[in-house]
Design a protein around this ligand. Structure first.
Ligand code: SAH
Ligand code: SF4
Length: 359
């Protein structure tokens, strides 16, 4: 922004003024920026725009979770979810339209991939959630206290735009959220994670979902390129580059009935992560229409939790929020003009499976 103003022959401090108008006050019209001269406001409206995301729908869950579908340029829809929890408000932000990685249990993956979101489309989701509750930083209300890059898409495959948007989340002239409260979740794009270590300071979550490469290759296909040992080493490298002394990776493990939820697999996971500084977040699988997977029983989830807990891991079970409005993890589908034609293939496969089941 400073470079932009310099290129206009203006002073760099204009960047801070404009950032504050947009992200502290929620203003989306240059004319309302009263500490900026009329001449500059006119020049700005000729060469720039502040375009809020276009909301297509908004749904409120009975548990307070709110989900927005946003239309992005090109017509596709992406989704953003706000999960209030007492003093805390966690915003789950999308980074791509669809996802190219095709994890077997994820509905976003089943949609195929269309394109990366721009940095503006990513930070716009934060702006929109706060606007929706009239709670910009200038009001001292705290609507979004935490951001998780866990919506649609793989954030590390949209590296530059995600880093730019996260910088505005962290910046005092943006949203001033602390680096521990902005979390990037990745399925394990190792070279990009190594790059992230050099440029970003945020919390890290990895989507593990399996205690060994054989099973992970099936669930998270990118594992064939970057197997578990490489991913864990890359996380350790990430933390070694951070000033934060609380160097703990969140390990996400979606529990799927009969696939990765048995006692032996819990024990194997405990051995795998024995020397890896982490906390484990168990996510009972959230069903969606194109999947045959099932959520494990409460007993099976508790059994898995007990084994990890007894082995000394800080382990939480993610409570399912917003599933009555399809806003729970892995249920975000948006509407993707799929370039990979994957959604059609999956639909065809699914129909075949259904026919076989009936027979
Ligand atoms: N692409 C990134 C971030 C988005 S997915 C990643 O994979 O980490 C956010 C989390 O939701 C991941 O841990 C993902 O594995 C999990 N998830 C995806 N589909 C799910 C489903 N159907 N039920 C439960 N969790 C799911
Ligand atoms: Fe993409 Fe993450 Fe879904 Fe895998 S789990 S398909 S990486 S969004």
């Amino acid at each position: 922004m400073e470079a932009f103003f310099l290129s206009m022959g203006e002073k760099p401090f204009r960047a801070q003024q404009i950032l504050k108008w947009i992200h502290h006050q929620g203003v989306d019209d240059f004319d309302q920026m009263t500490n900026v001269s009329k001449v500059l406001r006119e020049r700005l409206s000729e060469c720039a725009e502040i375009r809020p995301p276009e909301i297509v729908s908004q749904h409120d869950s009975s548990d307070g979770t709110r989900k927005w579908a946003i239309r992005v340029t090109g017509g596709s829809l992406v989704e953003t979810v706000l999960i209030p929890d007492g003093e805390r408000g966690t915003l789950c932000v999308s980074s791509q339209v669809g996802c190219s990685l095709d994890c077997s249990f994820c509905s976003t993956g089943k949609q195929g991939f269309q394109r990366d979101l721009t940095a503006a489309e990513i930070i716009g989701q934060v702006w929109l959630a706060i606007k929706s509750f009239d709670g910009f930083p200038s009001t001292n209300k705290r609507i979004v206290t935490n951001v998780v890059m866990m919506g649609m898409g793989e954030p590390l495959l949209n590296f530059d735009n995600v880093v730019a948007a996260m910088n505005i989340m962290l910046d005092d002239f943006g949203y001033g959220i602390s680096k521990r409260r902005v979390t990037l979740s990745t399925s394990g794009v190792v070279p990009a994670l190594d790059r992230l270590a050099e440029v970003a300071e945020v919390s890290l979550a990895i989507s593990l979902h399996a205690p060994n490469d054989t099973l992970r290759n099936e669930l998270v296909p990118i594992n064939k390129r970057y197997p578990i040992a490489k991913l864990l080493a890359s996380c350790e490298n990430y933390w070694s580059k951070q000033s934060d002394t609380h160097r703990v990776t969140t390990v996400e493990y979606t529990l799927i009935a009969g696939v990765n939820d048995c006692v032996e697999q819990a024990k194997e996971l405990a051995v795998l992560l024995k020397d890896f500084p982490c906390k484990i977040n168990l996510i009972p699988f959230n069903p969606f229409s194109l999947s045959d997977y099932r959520r494990p029983s409460k007993n099976a989830v508790d059994r898995f939790w007990k084994i990890l807990n007894a082995a000394g891991f800080v382990t939480t079970i993610r409570s399912t929020r917003g599933d009555d409005i399809d806003a729970a993890c892995g249920q975000l589908v948006g509407q993707v003009a799929d370039r990979t034609k994957r959604s059609e293939r999956h639909r065809a496969n699914y129909t075949q499976t259904q026919v076989l089941n009936v027979r």
